[in-house]
Design a protein around this ligand. Structure first.
Ligand code: UDX
Length: 433
């Protein structure tokens, strides 16, 4: 089918490229001309493993094109996807200005009865309002389908082809069947439901995953006090299929463009219906505190870190991405700078994004050795493979004071002890720092 995707961010670009890759003729639209130019030259404006190869392949096979001309793109397509951002407002609510703007442009561009698919994460009830607005603005019958995405950054393409489910919601049964047909080649189970449930599935899924993470982090904090090991506890819990081992990895908490935004939005949505979502508010609170645990620990070791060289390993909110949105590293660096530490940071690809926030108040390197050299402590923030490979001997040899504070449970306690490296790992009750 001929499909247009509006928005070429993480969701829109991955959606457009993968739909083209299963045989559809896809036109991706963005208002940012510079982005469109890059994309038409098979250069991805976002870091996502495998995306550039897919862009190049599908452009060459004439199934994929990029344009800033929304009207034409809408008029040549049979189905229009909207995948523009719904960032967080100050009060935690979702900012719907971009999706409203895109919907109006689509409504004014339509030249036939159409199906409009909303990929963006929107508050429950939004799609019904968008459907009403588009039908009021256009001369044609438009059916909306809510099709939230469940892509993880860094594995987004894999998640499209091997996702657990595709969720589509609409009042129009024919529209649902069209979207079923579009997604057939992915061979992923499809749940057909109504609009509000599809919207809620997205928020509830992210909120539950965030809850799992904050729960295991609270248990980790209790392990430290009770002599238990969170690595063992998490393993033992995860063997229960009712719990599952996924998203049960303790550490310094979650970041990224989704969990923080979606948990805030869902508590705010509940509030508009006079429901005080206590549990989710606690999940958010636990996570905010967890992100600063290593700094707290550091300040029990050094009453003052002023002018001390402190190494920060990892800036991205998770490996395989350069995204630092709501990353733990940002809060950690802010706290270190507040204590006037001399901060040296390493990340294989996210330094540039972090430097946009901190400028020259932080020294950035893409080589670990430069950051560890003569450091008086090192904070492990992101579980990049390059960081996992560091040995206790390397910490011991490179650092002025070999003190390792591990926020992602990467290293072995015994190995560190054998090399006389002072090692603290979140959730370890037998820590000796
Ligand atoms: C998440 C959801 O997984 C995805 O389904 C949704 O579409 C978008 O939001 P993403 O934020 O890209 O995806 O990454 P994810 O792999 O979920 O990790 C989110 C954060 O949780 C990261 O900061 C990660 O470090 C943290 N995390 C994840 C943990 O702290 N422990 C875990 O066990 C898993």
């Amino acid at each position: 089918m001929k499909i247009t995707v509006i928005g070429t961010g993480y969701v829109g670009l991955v959606t457009g490229v993968t739909l083209a890759d299963i045989g559809h003729e896809v036109t991706c639209v963005d208002i940012n001309e510079a982005k469109i130019k890059l994309l038409n030259n098979s250069i991805s404006p976002i870091y996502e493993p495998g995306i550039e190869e897919l862009i190049k392949k599908n452009i060459e096979e004439k199934r994929l094109q990029f344009t800033s001309n929304l009207a034409t793109a809408v008029q040549i397509s049979e189905v229009v996807y909207i995948a523009v951002g719904t960032p967080q407002n100050e009060d935690g609510s979702a900012n719907l200005s971009f999706i409203k703007e895109a919907s109006k442009k689509v409504a004014h561009s339509l030249i036939k009865d159409s199906v409009v698919v909303v990929k963006s994460t929107v508050p429950i009830g939004t799609n019904r309002k968008l459907e009403k607005m588009i039908n009021q603005l256009s001369n044609y019958n438009v059916s909306i389908v809510s099709n939230p995405e469940f892509l993880r950054e860094g594995s987004a393409i894999e998640d499209v082809y091997s996702g657990d489910r595709i969720v589509i919601g609409s009042d129009d049964k024919n529209a649902l069947e069209i979207i079923v047909k579009i997604n057939k080649e992915f061979n992923v189970p499809i749940l057909k439901t109504e609009l509000e449930s599809a919207e809620m599935i997205k928020y509830a899924s992210n909120a539950f995953l965030a809850t799992k993470i904050s729960f295991i982090n609270e248990i980790a904090n209790l392990c430290e006090k009770t002599g238990a090991s969170i690595r063992e506890v998490s393993k033992g819990m995860g063997m229960d299929t009712r719990i599952g081992s996924a998203f049960l990895q303790a550490g310094i908490g979650y970041g990224g463009s989704c969990f923080p935004k979606d948990t805030a939005a869902l508590t705010q949505i509940a509030g508009t219906y006079s429901q005080d979502f206590h549990l989710l508010k606690s999940v958010i609170e636990v996570n905010q505190k967890q992100q600063l645990k290593l700094v707290e620990k550091l300040l029990t070791i050094y009453p003052s870190i002023e002018d001390r060289k402190i190494a920060v390993l990892g800036l991205a909110f998770k490996p395989e991405t350069d995204d630092i949105r709501d990353a733990a590293s940002t809060q950690i660096i802010k706290a270190l700078l507040k204590q006037k530490a001399d901060v040296y940071a390493y990340d294989p690809i996210a330094c540039e994004n972090s430097q946009k926030l901190f400028g020259d108040t932080v020294k950035y390197y893409d080589q670990i050795a430069d950051v560890l050299d003569n450091a008086e402590a090192v904070l492990i923030i992101t579980e990049w493979n390059s960081i996992k490979k560091i040995t206790a001997k390397q910490f011991k040899k490179s650092m002025k004071n070999p003190i390792v504070l591990d926020g992602r449970l990467l290293f072995d306690q015994e190995e560190m002890k054998n090399e006389s490296v002072s090692y603290y790992s979140i959730g370890e009750g037998r820590s000796y720092v």
